[in-house]
Design a binder for this molecule. Structure first.
Ligand SMILES: Nc1ncnc2c1ncn2[C@@H]1O[C@H](COP(=O)(O)OP(=O)(O)O)[C@@H](O)[C@H]1O
Ligand SMILES: [Mg+2]
Length: 254
């Protein structure tokens, strides 16, 4: 498998000399292309910090993060924003759709910002919307469609620039269990059919069971890793719950 990200010995401290929080403690791991990886851990374990430093939204205190040969910890602010636009996709908890734009416009806007031509943007927007089953809704506004359809629109927007990886921080955190299931099924579709690489942060065992691999964080350190392999999602869920029961996680079961 092709390696996409290598995080090497990363540390993150917040605060100053008198009031220091160590949010990440010598974290090292790889993400390969095509993986659907979960980061699990209790509240305060460092999940969001880890996602933010991988996504260049926050900086590490020490250590390196390589995308291929490129070390993103040395980029300037301008270089980071270009890097994000060209390489990363995000699915936000509240989906962040613009209410004054149609679904199609919400998706194509993300591609217009990269300076691509109209024809390519239109063709590609249609292709992604058809794949996610929302092309018929292209002229609707976000408030005119269901929660599940808004999710698919947010996923299409995350995919539109063919990102190397998609990040999602607790994407199911504000959803009821049916909506959560639908979003997770969409992630599976994106990962399996569209070969998207996804990194999802969650404290919830049910959501994590949809991943192919899970890294467990505690006090800013990776203390365990599970790979789903060929086992069913239900068996994988039980395996996750076993890890949490040993370590005292706060994952809830739905
Ligand atoms: N901006 C910040 N300033 C100070 N401390 C922070 C900040 N963000 C997070 N922390 C602290 O870092 C630790 C990890 O936080 P976070 O990454 O948000 O964990 P999680 O997402 O797993 O809940 C916690 O102790 C949290 O209080
Ligand atoms: Mg968090």
């Amino acid at each position: 498998m092709e390696e996409l990200i290598f995080a090497e010995d990363i540390e993150k401290y917040y605060g100053n000399k008198n009031n220091l929080t160590k949010a990440l403690d010598r974290v090292t791991f790889h993400v390969n292309r095509g993986e659907f990886t979960g980061i699990m851990g209790a509240s305060g374990s460092g999940k969001t910090t880890l996602l933010n430093v991988l996504a260049t939204v926050d900086t590490v205190t020490s250590g390196h993060i390589y995308y291929g040969k490129d070390d993103i910890t040395v980029l300037s602010e301008d270089q980071k924003s270009d890097f994000r636009m060209e390489n990363l996709g995000f699915v936000f908890q509240d989906f962040n759709l613009l209410d004054t734009l149609t679904l199609e416009e919400n998706i194509s806007l993300a591609m217009s910002l990269t300076g691509k031509g109209k024809k390519e943007i239109d063709t590609h927007t249609r292709e992604i919307m058809e794949r996610l089953g929302i092309w018929e809704l292209r002229d609707k506004f976000p408030y005119q469609v269901s929660g599940g359809q808004k999710q698919r629109c947010a996923c299409a927007r995350a995919l539109i620039n063919r990102p190397r990886i998609i990040f999602a921080d607790e994407p199911t955190g504000a959803l009821d269990s049916k909506s959560a299931r639908m979003l997770l099924e969409t992630f599976i579709q994106m990962n399996e059919e569209m070969k998207a690489t996804i990194l999802m942060v969650t404290h919830d065992a049910f959501s994590a069971s949809y991943c192919k691999r899970i890294l467990f964080l505690k006090d800013g350190q990776i203390f365990h890793e599970l790979v789903r392999g060929s086992q069913s999602r239900k068996d994988f869920l039980n395996e996750i719950l076993d890890v949490l029961s040993v370590t005292g996680g706060d994952g809830d079961v739905r």
